[in-house]
Design a protein around this ligand. Structure first.
Ligand SMILES: O=P(O)(O)OC[C@H]1O[C@H](O)[C@H](O)[C@@H](O)[C@@H]1O
Length: 322
């Protein structure tokens, strides 16, 4: 199904757990509803999750109050970086997928789904003629966004090489997840200690993280290599731990712009860096290569665990490996 134009009727989504909301300027969105006040909002522009709320209706993702409307990328939520992460290539920063209008995929190829999950939507992105001029590869990018019974959020990407000229292609990728945190100075990240990383602030030089949990006192922009499949973000003040799980995505980018860069960013408030942290499951160091007909799958899982779990009773080993 193509994305709705301003004059076409909104797509009929056949589920009480889904709502299609029309909005001008490329801002149409799909809302997934779960138990109590759990919800997820997805904008078709960028195929981007822009809100994830828990069962008390509290927002769990950061969105900048200065976020700019299309055709600019939207600062916050979960932008999709494809087919290029960062400046690692000839394309615009983070590739074009976050800057394109996605469509609802009515007829996606089967994807095993937990029968308890009722609220999900499938999106699809295919390259336009202009995209093919910049990146001469035909692909189908399918994205399933699902809200679990317990309020967990998952995003599954399936990218297929549909080139008919026999050519393989390779790309880098990230789920650029912006978490909402109470105070960045009180946050720690567990699961990445002792990992090797490339420091984007030091010309992508390779270092090894020290043995302690990661805390934040200044700008951070690191690509952790071959990171574990679970990472925990512990927010002391909110008494909340985010558990990030990843499959098919070897790396994890950690980013906070801190004060100076925040001031230089047009679409970001001067002190908003205090209330966000990006932890981005990614494939950056080693691009993924696909031959024609081949498909790659990558999955991001997010859950928010309440306070008792993260104050005193937190057993990091259990959160990360249990
Ligand atoms: O401003 P954007 O293009 O959205 O990028 C925001 C940030 O994304 C990633 O986390 C990169 O590692 C950073 O280097 C970059 O500054």
């Amino acid at each position: 199904m193509a994305a709705a134009t301003p004059h076409s009727p909104p797509p009929q989504l056949s589920s009480p757990f889904l709502e299609y909301i029309r909005a001008p300027g490329g801002l149409d969105k799909v809302v997934l509803r779960g138990r109590r006040s759990c919800s997820v909002e997805i904008r078709l522009f960028g195929g981007q999750v822009t809100s994830w709320k828990n069962d008390h209706g509290e927002e769990l993702l950061f969105v900048s109050s200065k976020a700019i409307k299309p055709p600019k990328p939207f600062r916050g939520g979960i932008p999709i970086c494809f087919p290029q992460f960062g400046t690692q290539g000839n394309l615009e920063q983070h590739g074009f997928a976050r800057n394109r209008l996605w469509a609802i995929d009515d007829n996606p190829p089967p994807l095993p789904v937990n029968p308890a999950i009722k609220a999900f939507v499938d999106l699809i992105l295919k390259p336009s003629e202009d995209d093919l001029k910049m990146w001469p590869h035909s692909f189908e990018f399918r994205l399933r966004i699902a809200l679990g019974a317990g309020g967990d959020l998952s995003l599954t990407s399936r990218i297929r090489n549909t080139n008919t000229d026999g050519r393989p292609f390779s790309y880098t990728f990230a789920f650029h997840t912006y978490f909402s945190v109470s105070d960045i100075s009180e946050v720690r990240v567990e699961g990445l200690e002792t990992m090797d990383y490339l420091d984007n602030m030091k010309g992508k030089e390779r270092f090894t993280e020290q043995g302690d949990a990661i805390v934040f006192e200044s700008e951070v922009d690191k690509v952790y290599l071959a990171a574990p499949s679970k990472v925990a973000i512990i927010d002391h003040d909110m008494r909340r731990t985010f558990v990030v799980t990843k499959e098919g995505l070897p790396d994890a980018v950690v980013w906070n712009p801190w004060d100076k860069k925040a001031k230089a960013m047009q679409d970001f408030g001067d002190s908003e860096y205090k209330h966000m942290l990006c932890v981005e499951p990614a494939a950056v160091e080693k691009p993924i290569s696909l031959k024609p007909g081949e498909e790659w799958k990558g999955r991001l899982g997010l859950s928010a665990v309440p306070s008792s779990y993260c104050s005193g009773q937190l057993d990091p080993l259990k959160v990360l490996h249990g």
